[in-house]
Design a protein around this ligand. Sequence first.
Ligand code: COA
Ligand code: AMP
Length: 630
Amino acid sequence: MAYKDIYDGWKADPEAFWMQAAEEIHWYKKPSKALFDENAPIYEWFSDGLTNTCYNAVDRHVEAGRGDEIAIMHESPITHATKGITYKELQARVSSLAGALKMRGVEKGDRVIIYMPMIPEALEAMLACARIGAVHSVVFGGFAAHELAVRIDDCTPKAIIAASCGLEPNRVVHYKPLLDKAIDMAEHKPEFCVIFQREQEVAKLNEGRDFSWHGFQYGVKPADCVPVEGNHPAYILYTSGTTGQPKGVVRATGGHLVALNWTMKNIYNIDVGDRFWAASDVGWVVGHSYICYGPLIKGAQTIVFEGKPIGTPHAGVFWRIIQNQRVKSFFTAPTALRAIKREDPTGEWIKRYKLHDLQAIFLAGERADPDTIKWAQEKFGVPVIDHWWQTETGWAIAANPLGIEELPIKIGSPSVAMPGYEIEILDEAGHPVKDGDLGAIAIKLPLPPGTLQTLWNAEERYKKSYLTTFPGYYETGDAGIKDADGYVYIMARTDDVINVAGHRLSTGAMEEVLSNHPDVAECAVIGVADQLKGQSPLGFLCLNSGCTKDHATIVKEVVTAVRNEIGPVAAFKLACVVDRLPKTRSGKILRGTMVKIADNQPYKMPATIDDPAILDEIKVALQGLGYAKG
Ligand code: COA
Ligand code: AMP
């Protein structure tokens, strides 16, 4: 069947479409229907079914006789380790950890924070929680203690599972001191912590509170899978919004299983036993959906990669792994390809490896620039598929569904809406615009299974952030256009979220840190174009009158503060001192205009600007930092 038939079939009868997709999932009790809309605009899926994520991702493959096949390959060029774990081994390890958690009192609905690097134990911890119905919240290792503390206070975990350390190419990330500091800072205290001691760094355990991963499991009875309702939260994943308070996206179990399973074949063309690799991190949604859950639910092989696209040890590391692991579909961020292309523009590393099994490269997380796509198309000779989605949706809103049919690729577009998503481009008043016109991208409610059910402990915030601007729609926060063939083009965010190396960051959160500096009276952070990382943050500081401190020192201090408070992943390295910030007469800082000046883009003088001369001052400041030179 062609994409159009499948999409039209979904639209004609969404209920039948999703109930049929649900047939591929194991249910202890089948759901009576797919959509539960009694509480609209809060929608749920498969609420009265009973299922278990871990059973679907692990046990059922063992029971189907596939226990000796590899479920997880760990590829760590940083530690020089390559290790496979079969489905049978995974089942034993996960049920043992789940049993130990259960013995310490973790029950269905309890939250567990996971703070771990790219090691198989991170997936095991996620699956162990799922096994007993506990709700995990994975925190990315590049975040600092304060960010971890904010998440501890928001989701109040009974336990935290962490590793002793993470390994970046240039340094050891000391997870345990960060964890201790976060627990000190947080008001909520977990009852206990489980620490996976890595051989690269053994952490000091706090007597009475911390257990070592292995000791914790000694002699415990392995736990069976606990059936949970379809609307039971599978996990909470925090993502950046407009303020420093991250949003806790809640993913419900039933829809998550059904939707991810559907995407593996239909989007990525992955069947049972195929090898799939998403080079991301478990701390991000891509890691949740496509390092851990999607491939395992399907019964495919996944790869946990601890390394970087370049420098660990060279720009051929992706291709070596794709060759050795016979990867069929590969998913990465455009930034990673840009980094490789910069080091190996002629593809010398690519030529060294046999990539016969590779059928497609998927890109997401940020805009895929045409140069990079063309380079990859030419070098690999396989479809290079851009697809667009968000932490909130958990899977692709728009894609080129390779497993259904390869649609013509239009470079610059992540292609067309997937079944479940009706994409509209709206003007400010919420009316659909003409094909080819720019507007806010919105999705007709209800969102499909596998998307966010609500925000953790913040239903009103969920409604206000996503459902209020355009009644009847979910507001994506992205702006773009749709052409006559239904292809969408994602142009920019409509809020203060920026995307740095595929990492979603809040400029609002950075501004909160800058404004805490005692000499800073006012500030703005904008995302300026960066050839490698897509965007990079840049700060403007207005100092308190009478401040005599050296500007360079203040800049250094705020750079350090962002690194310490938000984390190295914020990549906040540049700031400058200015006398004034450009504002509207009502006092709104004109960040968008500042970005255009920095990026040498044409801009219209905002009609409501208070004092146009300030823009000239901003331009001079930007030139001092190497921007606005055009
Ligand atoms: N734990 C701790 N620190 C981390 C981290 C982690 N998991 N991930 C990144 N960091 C740190 C880095 O060490 C770096 O710190 P530094 O300032 O001390 O050098 C900082 O955060 C910024 O990291 P990053 O943005 O990754 O930049 P980089 O210069 O280290 O690497 C690339 C550049 C392009 C190689 C890298 O950004 C990359 O691999 N990008 C792809 C990202 C990706 O796959 N995203 C997936 C989203 S779907
Ligand atoms: P995250 O929640 O971290 O996955 O970030 C989601 C945001 O990243 C989206 O709202 C977009 O702004 C951006 N994004 C993701 N994928 C794409 C893509 N293929 N093209 C353009 N922007 C993208």
